[in-house]
Design a protein around this ligand. Structure first.
Ligand code: HGY
Ligand code: MN
Ligand code: MN
Length: 415
């Protein structure tokens, strides 16, 4: 029997696992708030670990807390095929961002166990710590350490808004592993992820074959002015950090529109001090998120921002600091892996199209150390990083089946 061609996942079981994981760290509007290194993150990790052990896998953890669940291959010396994503979510996140990629990996192993199919190469499912970078910037920090982009010490020093460090919080939830980060060698890495954009749904395509990932730049700006009374301070005397933030917010939008149609820019994080109704803000700290598929244009956008923000600060009399707090160059995924994904979608009869990922993913860093490709499924209204994020079960199943075919093709079934 040509086992390979008849391997498809159990969509109901995958959906059931997604809904069970979604119960951990519920949001307030039907989504999830399972931020990195919180107790909820730990609970989700324990559930995933239990499921992996029930599927006869061994689970190990590295020093960044990333989890690796291994299904043995017939050749223990063969480099494994890795599949996975992340279980942490945004504070007002959805149920599928990251989680689909991890639990689809589990579904593949559950199906292989059920059918008794063996692969030459081991298969390893990964849960990368803190992909979102919302509590501890930058995004994709654990896969970044794995790929040698960040040092472990630098990552350990990252702080959340309350001053808690990454290392202390990882220790507190009991998920510091002993494995050196990045010591594992991968034959290939595949990541299934929801698109988080509108293209696939609009074009009625079931699968996105991700050929590239756009580049990202996070610039944290600190403006310092002078606190004073909102009532008695004459307008010409004010040094208003809040006004500077508002004008730079408009500048960010103008720069993105000026580099249309592919540039995007926004400010998602902002803090104003002292944040009192009748004190002119003396300080503003906020992060600019710029993205573009071409490195040269992303660099030009950053230069336009730095110049424009300097002029705004000078006009108001503000001191300004700009610090890069995250980012990565545009990514071109491995062509052989991408072809495997495209061939799998074709063989399974799914409608598909090539896609550039708008969001960043762990795959963007892993692509530096192993042949890597991504698969995307549509999401309703292209919405993500919103508790209303939604996908259809058949989209999850189609994505998992394409992932399955690409993984077993690469891991080599042993007849
Ligand atoms: O920011 C990103 O693109 C990812 O969702 N962390
Ligand atoms: Mn994600
Ligand atoms: Mn995300």
């Amino acid at each position: 029997m040509d086992q390979k061609n008849n391997l498809t996942t159990n969509g109901d079981r995958l959906w059931g696992s997604l809904m069970q994981m979604a119960k951990i760290g519920p949001g307030v509007a039907g989504g999830n708030n399972r931020q990195a290194l919180t107790d909820e993150d730990s609970d989700g990790r324990h559930l995933f670990k239990r499921w992996c052990e029930q599927a006869d896998m061994t689970v190990s953890v590295d020093k960044m807390g990333s989890m690796f669940a291994t299904r043995r291959g017939t050749d223990p010396d063969a480099l494994p095929v890795y599949v996975g994503s992340h279980l942490d979510t945004q504070p007002t996140g959805g149920k599928y961002d990251g989680v689909l990629g991890v639990l689809a990996g589990l579904e593949i192993v559950r199906t292989l166990n059920e059918t008794g199919v063996k692969t030459k190469r081991p298969i390893v499912i990964v849960n990368f710590t803190n992909e979102e970078g919302t509590r501890f910037p930058p995004a994709m920090v654990a896969s970044g350490v794995f790929a040698g982009v960040h040092t472990l010490d630098w990552a350990y020093e990252r702080q959340d808004a309350t001053g808690k460090t990454f290392s202390k919080e990882l220790e507190r939830i009991g998920w510091v592993g002993d494995e050196e980060v990045g010591s594992r060698k991968m034959h290939a890495f595949f990541e299934l992820h929801i698109e988080q954009g509108p293209i696939l749904e609009k074009e009625k395509k079931q699968i996105g074959v991700v050929t590239h990932g756009q580049g990202l730049s996070w610039l944290q700006i600190t403006l310092t002015g002078k606190e004073s009374h909102t009532g008695s301070t004459p307008m010409p005397m004010r040094i208003n950090a809040g006004l500077g933030m508002a004008q730079i917010t408009q500048l960010v939008n103008d720069i993105a529109l000026a580099n249309a149609p592919l540039a995007v820019g926004a400010i998602g994080h902002s803090e104003i001090f002292p944040n009192s109704r009748n004190i002119i803000p003396g300080k503003a700290i906020f992060t600019v998120d710029f993205r573009h598929p071409e490195k040269s244009i992303l660099e030009a956008m950053k230069e336009q921002l730095e110049q424009g923000a300097k002029d705004i600060a000078n006009n108001i009399g503000l001191d300004m600091e700009i610090e890069s707090v995250g980012g990565f160059d545009p990514v071109t995924f491995d062509q052989d892996c991408v072809r495997r994904v495209r061939d799998a979608a074709t063989k399974l009869g799914y409608s598909h199209r090539d896609l550039v990922s708008g969001a960043g993913h762990d795959a963007c860093w892993i692509n530096r150390v192993a042949p890597t490709a991504m698969i995307m499924c549509p999401c309703v209204d292209g919405l993500s990083h919103n508790e209303a994020e939604e996908i259809h079960p058949e989209w999850a199943t189609a994505g998992a089946n394409v992932l399955f075919q690409a993984v077993v093709e690469t891991a080599e079934i042993v007849e």
